[in-house]
Design a protein. Structure first.
Length: 267
């Protein structure tokens, strides 16, 4: 007996290489993650499919476990949705998990926090060039870690985004946790927050790199935060290829478990 088609919603966990995409959000005349997913989902369910993500990502930014939801009229179970999408999607986008979600679940509206990582390398690599920021010379990890702690808390991040964004959004962001740690020969900056302004994480990373190479002091970073908007940090915008959306959080329990001290090696 064939199951009747009804409007269903699925929670998807995605992994993607953003190198050739113009970010998450659908755009005319540009390849995007959302647009590619909607096309594949529409083909799979043979009808209209709506994809919503937990937040925007910039052009060239990657994701390890990005949360989205799919809404479509279909009789397909979640495992078939996952298998079908993975068959239709290009090699640089993968569905890691699919599960049926309640009709009111929304990937963005229900998200309480998000985590990003930025990867630095002092060793030039041909094969990792699309996934790290190669910084020639020594990076002072201790100074970078000290500067990174200044981002934590509720702050006005006017200096870390473009002025045009401030006309539409509040510059206040709650940064829940920051840390700097070593992993597989790389230096990794993690930042967890309620949300992030356009280019904010990339500018935080760029500022840290400048501290690591002695171009900026920890005191100057503190000034950028305590005197919001005084200095625009466009020139410190780190390149997109080192940035990864790490994961989204949908309740305080999973967030608190993730940010518990000792889970990662930090400086």
């Amino acid at each position: 007996m064939t199951e009747e088609k009804t409007k269903r919603r699925y929670k998807l966990i995605l992994e993607f290489d953003g190198s050739r995409y113009s970010g998450w959000q659908s755009q005319k005349d540009a390849d995007t993650i959302q647009g590619t997913l909607q096309q594949a989902a529409g083909e799979l369910v043979q009808g209209r499919a709506k994809i919503q993500g937990c937040g925007r990502t910039d052009r060239g930014v990657h994701a390890m476990a990005y949360t989205a939801h799919l809404e479509a009229t279909t009789s397909m179970a979640a495992p078939k949705i996952m298998a079908g999408l993975n068959k239709l999607l290009p090699k640089d986008i993968a569905v890691l998990e699919a599960k049926k979600a309640g009709p009111r679940f929304h990937a963005r509206h229900n998200c309480v926090a998000r985590s990003y990582i930025y990867r630095f390398s002092s060793q030039k690599s041909v094969f990792d060039r699309k996934y790290v920021w190669y910084k020639q010379g020594h990076l002072d990890a201790t100074a970078m870690a000290a500067a990174a702690t200044l981002f934590a808390g509720m702050h006005d991040f006017s200096s870390f985004t473009d002025p045009k964004i401030l006309a539409k959004k509040s510059p206040l962001v709650q940064v829940i946790k920051t840390e700097l740690f070593s992993e597989d020969g790389l230096l990794v900056f993690r930042i967890v927050g309620s949300h992030f302004l356009w280019k904010m994480v990339r500018r935080c990373a760029g500022v840290l790199a400048a501290v690591g190479q002695g171009e900026l002091t920890v005191g100057e970073v503190e000034m950028f935060i305590t005197n919001p908007g005084l200095t625009q940090l466009k020139k410190y915008t780190a390149p997109a290829q080192g940035l990864f959306f790490e994961r989204a959080f949908y309740n305080d329990e999973e967030l608190q478990d993730f940010i518990t001290p000792g889970k990662h090696h930090a400086y």
